[in-house]
Design a protein around this ligand. Structure first.
Ligand code: AGP
Length: 608
């Protein structure tokens, strides 16, 4: 996810664009840039690093004269963070300049076509392909060039476009990515979201797929896919600036929880090619995968919990021993790692020092390395021989939710891919996983639509002092994450326990009114959970159960039941985690905690 802005007016554009980009840094911040229509040329200034680097380099934009321009703050997806990969991207001859939010899925094909036509490329990005493609179709008519190029783009985009020969205007199009047009007095704006322009105007409309907006200081014209002019309804934004940054939500965490259906879709769909899973591993070959004799997963916190969910799945689909280790322990455990080991390193930030050290330890012993990372260009991503990126976009809340879910998706797909390569998983297994992955976003959406039920339960129990999360097998792995989510943002002590283990000591803590969250989604052991629930109820516990809808056995013994739809075991964790995230969020919200920035925590722990 990146942030784009545009301005066409009578004031100097650069300072206004920088202001707008500052409001969009939460969408991406590994580089930033500006392009300003100058006297017969487009001036481009772009830098790796936070927006302040660009501000300093342009003296807060003062160095860039001109009253029409576009700007970009980047969240790298294709091409590591660097000056040359930063946006805006200018075509080789300086005629066309683009800022882009989104992913062009067929950029390699388009790039090869343009190379065959003599084009050369400076960057590794999909965006530069767009600017060159528009140049290819540009013969003096910008609208023609935009429409021709658009017809070849596959994927998602929100584009701000400058043409050197029309210095008074900005062209804007979008597909599957937001693009807001702002109407001012003698000046007009475009932006990824209203945050960036709220300081200047509250009169906005959203551009739709297939439409083309042309912005000048005198006004904005919009045409439909037939080139016919259309009138867009202008609305008046009432949000305050801070609320808008979170898309109108009170906290980034709830915004990110609600983004999960789209994140699952964005992480899975580009890796499903012609009905099979395609991971595009660069270094580890299928032969290497067939030669592996054990798998280690190393990570911290929630990423470790993803490893716990993935362990039985990998073991079953690959028929290999799988060890999940806390990164901080792994390095000092003299691990049985050699050149037949695959070590999977999971990290949202890609900067967790414990995890980085574990990666280096495994590599020093000859292990092959695949990392699952959300931040392109992060330290762990840069030192891994293969990286599978989660396309969750920047995750701002310290408590991870959407990145956790994206990591699950990548692990399901990696396990299936390896299982197929090793001849253990069948083509039917793969097709069934793909079916589930394609259905998951809607299933998650349906659970999110019932979030008020979880909010009600949170209202009953937010003053609890201790909360126990119980589960068996994959439900135990989920209990670990549910417990961590709750304690890290609500500061309530909670423990996750293997339900079968409780009676070996910890059950002594259960007393009248103890709250127990029992996860009962893993069908083969569901009856065992019925017994475990009876054990704690007999000692005074109050039980919230997560169960498949219509499970009367669980309903008969639990005090409250959060129903989950009938779903296949393999990807059920992606559904079961949602109520646990919501429960933690609503409990913390009712307690008035600082949800996005909990005490003592950091989004990325770069110390041992
Ligand atoms: C999870 O909500 C926490 N923020 C924390 O446990 C986190 O998962 C852990 O620090 C690992 O971070 P990473 O994924 O960026 O490596």
């Amino acid at each position: 996810m990146c942030g784009i802005v545009g301005f066409a007016g009578t004031r100097q554009a650069a300072p206004i664009l920088l202001d707008g980009l500052e409001k969009l840094e939460y969408r991406g911040y590994d580089s930033a840039g500006l392009a300003i229509e100058g006297d017969g040329e487009i001036l481009v200034k772009k830098q790796k690093g936070r927006l302040r680097v660009l501000r300093e380099a342009t003296h807060n934009g003062e160095d860039l004269p001109g009253v029409v321009g576009i700007g970009h703050t980047r969240w790298a997806t294709h091409g590591e963070p660097s000056d040359v990969n930063s946006h805006p991207h200018l075509s080789y001859n300086g005629e066309v300049c683009i800022v882009h939010n989104g992913i062009i899925e067929n950029y390699i094909e388009l790039r090869n076509f343009l190379i065959s036509k003599g084009y050369e490329f400076a960057s590794d990005t999909d965006t530069e392909v767009i600017s060159q493609l528009m140049d290819y179709y540009y013969h003096g008519d910008p609208t023609e060039a935009v429409e021709q190029a658009r017809s070849h783009l596959m994927g998602s985009y929100a584009l701000g476009i400058l043409f050197r020969q029309t210095p008074d205007r900005i062209y804007a199009i979008c597909k599957d990515n937001p693009l807001i047009i702002g109407i001012g007095e003698g000046e007009n704006f475009m932006a990824s979201d209203v945050t960036a322009i709220l300081k200047y105007t509250r009169r906005v409309f959203r551009l739709s797929e297939g439409e083309l907006a042309v912005l000048t200081r005198d006004g904005v014209t919009v045409t439909d896919s037939y080139g016919e002019p259309i009138e867009k309804e202008i609305t008046n934004v009432t949000w305050d600036e801070n609320a808008a940054e979170k898309g109108g939500y009170e906290h980034f965490m709830i915004k990110e929880i609600l983004e999960q259906p789209e994140v699952i879709r964005k992480t899975a769909s580009p890796r499903i090619v012609n009905g099979t899973i395609n991971l595009s591993l660069k270094s580890i070959s299928d032969e290497d995968i067939r030669g592996i004799d054990k798998i280690y997963i190393v990570a911290c916190g929630s990423a470790y919990h993803v490893g716990c969910v993935a362990k039985p799945i990998l073991s079953k689909l690959c028929r290999l021993p799988v060890f999940v280790e806390l990164a901080s322990e792994f390095k000092y455990s003299d691990p049985m790692v050699d050149n037949k080991t695959l070590t999977i390193v999971i990290s949202q930030s890609g900067e967790t020092l414990d995890t980085y050290h574990a990666l280096k330890e495994a590599a020093s012993r000859g292990s092959r390395i695949i990392s699952v990372v959300n931040v392109v260009g992060s330290t762990i991503a840069m030192v891994s021989e293969d990286v599978l990126f989660t396309w969750a976009g920047p995750e701002i809340a310290v408590a991870t939710t959407k990145a956790y879910s994206a990591q699950l998706i990548v692990m399901y797909m990696l396990a299936m891919y390896m299982g197929r390569v090793r001849g253990v998983a069948t083509e039917a297994d793969e097709k069934e996983l793909i079916r589930q992955l394609e259905a998951l976003p809607d299933a998650v959406e349906a659970i999110l639509e019932k979030k008020e039920q979880v909010q009600y339960l949170a209202s009953l129990f937010y003053s609890s002092k201790d909360i126990f999360f119980l589960g068996r097998n994959i439900d135990y792995a989920l209990a670990l994450e549910g417990s961590l989510k709750l304690k890290e943002i609500s500061y309530i002590h909670s423990e996750a326990y293997a339900a079968g283990e409780l009676k070996h000591g910890t059950i002594s803590l259960i007393e009248q009114g103890s709250l127990v969250v029992a996860l009962c989604t893993y069908k083969p052991l569901k009856e065992k959970l019925v017994s475990n629930i009876k054990e704690v109820v007999a000692r005074g516990a109050v039980v919230i159960a997560l169960a498949n809808e219509g499970d009367t056995n669980i309903e008969a013994v639990a005090d409250h039941v959060i129903e989950l739809p009938e779903w296949e075991e393999l990807t059920m964790p992606s559904l079961a985690i949602i109520p646990l995230q919501l429960f933690a969020y609503y409990v913390a919200s009712l307690k008035g905690c600082d949800i996005d920035k909990p005490r003592n925590l950091a989004k990325s722990v770069t110390v041992e």
